[in-house]
Ligand binder design. Sequence first.
Ligand SMILES: Cc1cc2nc3c(=O)[nH]c(=O)nc-3n(C[C@H](O)[C@H](O)[C@H](O)COP(=O)(O)O)c2cc1C
Length: 394
Amino acid sequence: MSSLMLFSPFSIRGVTLKNRVVVPPMHQYSAVKGFPTDWHLMNAGKFAAGGAGLVVVESTKVERRGCGTVGDLGIWDDAFIEPLKRLVKFIHEQGAVAGIQLGHSGRKARANRPWEGDGPLQRRPNVEDWDAWTPVAPSAIAHSEKWHVPRALERHEVKDLVQAWGRGARRAHEAGFEVLELHGAHGYLVHEFLSERSNQRTDEYGGSEANRMRFLIEIAEAVRTHWPERKPLFVRLSVEDNAGWGPEQSVRLAKILKTKGVDVIDCSSGGITDQAPILGREIKYSYQVPLSEYVRRHADIMTMAVGLIIHGDQAEDILRESQADLIAVGREILNNPNWPMDAALKLGAEGPFRNVPPQFGWWLGTRARRGFGTQPSTYQVGLQVGLEETRKVL
Ligand SMILES: Cc1cc2nc3c(=O)[nH]c(=O)nc-3n(C[C@H](O)[C@H](O)[C@H](O)COP(=O)(O)O)c2cc1C
């Protein structure tokens, strides 16, 4: 067992992660009619092979209307189970645990892929179900001027949607995922219900804070009836959204969610406006970690920290300071899919290559035992030793 918290196994319910490094959900915008492609296999596979304990597949939509872009993954039909199984199997074969995030884009549905322009999609002939894909939301309020005004959901549609999340959880379980995360952040449908800014309903899903929380709480209940007791359930929240929803509300919500079988709050921020989620300050390393620390302390629930966590020692410090239970590394793992292996090496973890598949771990371990590649700074020394050895031979 490693003395480093980051590389110690971590158990939640019946699932044990080999370490506390998590790949958070990251859209690939590469699905075809909601179905995963080889891209998804390669993408999740390389993170799993890089040594992360948990790889969470991107926000996967519980209904067609909830797709953000033409490339979103779907889970609104049983037909998605088999192709998702292939992803799960591959992640598990690399020694990581497979998780999936369930989501619904709400009023931010039917949008461009980020690199094709920020904002709503213009009507296109190749989108056959354009009208059926009309964005829906708690109230008919656009995200901002450039976005379409969504259609307000009827009360019975809200009830149906709660069940759609439950069915999504059942399919995720049947596909073999071991961890499920509900996307309640970033200005998408669940967050739109939580926020007074986007939710002006007059039924039991709007108005008071308790009413605005109702949608997510009912979703958690519906999900737990399908998602087995032994499997962990996470919820991602924008703990601070800079528009009326903040850490105190998040703590109150987290306490209720805990009683509904939610194990971990994944602490993010922003998204209900186009303002950057910067909590009034500049974005810097670990900028969301104080939110995780706050929720963890005041709601007495496990948390995952995310947001500009880039270095291994930074991640280890967050755990040692009791600011989070899990560490999600997003863009930095896009930069370096072998981040967990690299961080283990730099932190001096015992057997840094044991956490990765032998196809490359064995070779790197063998090389390390000969004194190479264990520390970046040994290059000069190694070079010197090598030269001396060569001279002796000569
Ligand atoms: C390409 C990309 C796609 C993302 N997709 C999702 C997503 O599907 N669901 C979600 O909750 N967050 C999503 N995020 C946010 C990340 O999970 C993470 O919270 C964010 O990138 C901040 O962490 P980082 O600084 O380590 O990248 C995405 C981020 C990126 C860069």
